[in-house]
Design a binder for this molecule. Sequence first.
Ligand code: OAD
Length: 270
Amino acid sequence: QTLKARDLEALADYIKSGKVKNVVVMTGAGISTSAGIPDFRSPDTGLYANLARLNLPYAEAVFDISYFKENPEPFYTLAHEIYPGKYRPTIAHSFIRLLHDKGILLKLFTQNIDCLEREAGVPDDKIVEAHGSFARQSCIECHQPYPEDDIKQHIAAKSIPRCHECKGLVKPEIVFFGEQLPAAFFHNRHLPQDSDLCIVMGTSLTVQPFASLPEMTRTATPRVLINKERVGGLGSGTDDILLLGDCDDGVKKLAKACGWLGELEKLWAK
Ligand code: OAD
């Protein structure tokens, strides 16, 4: 079941009608793959399929807090590769920025740790980084913040940073398996109830509690899935719209239907 032209037109008409004022967007690694950052679970290209060299007991151990305490090296090897700074936002990121510029973005919930939404110009107060990010780092023992310049040096040198106070392990404030999500997630998780449009992009919706966010919308709220594959039961609601395929193509199609394509491309080219 893919999108019919009239669904896209109906969606664009709904957006252009002025009735859409509060859009919630939920994203995952799939919106950053065209920037050159692998996602986690794609069969051949995903990070978890390519971690054999790290000799992990199982792929997700690289982001597991108990494993990290015993062996922080695999994480820091990976951090060397995925540390923000070398990648440019995709047009899918710019689309979220465009929704903000249009004054209709209520909140972006992202599972990504690459900070590309910020780089695309989505303001801090509109972003809930549900799985944290590389923006801050601290000691896992005494929770003392650790300087950004210092961690950058360690990551560049592939060495492991230790707390200046207690010598505990330092970790970027990414949410690992076995850790609690940030308070901002719990403070904002009710917001999908207030939305009049929900857009889910580039996520397999496999990791809880994030994966339940799309279910928080009211039944009458249209939910749009822009993803390579069908996920999370999206498509089962009567007002669900599936734009199956590449995220960048999907946002371009939607922007075109809304008459925003020129604006979107300009924003992305900046
Ligand atoms: P996944 O790798 O699980 O899912 C990415 C989804 O995006 C899949 O459904 C892909 O088919 C799709 N996809 C990939 N590239 C795409 C493209 N160019 N266009 C459209 N769709 C594309 O990534 P997440 O759902 O983000 O958590 O994973 C969730 C969490 O699991 C991550 O935040 C991370 C991971 O373990 C932690 O590390 C705590």
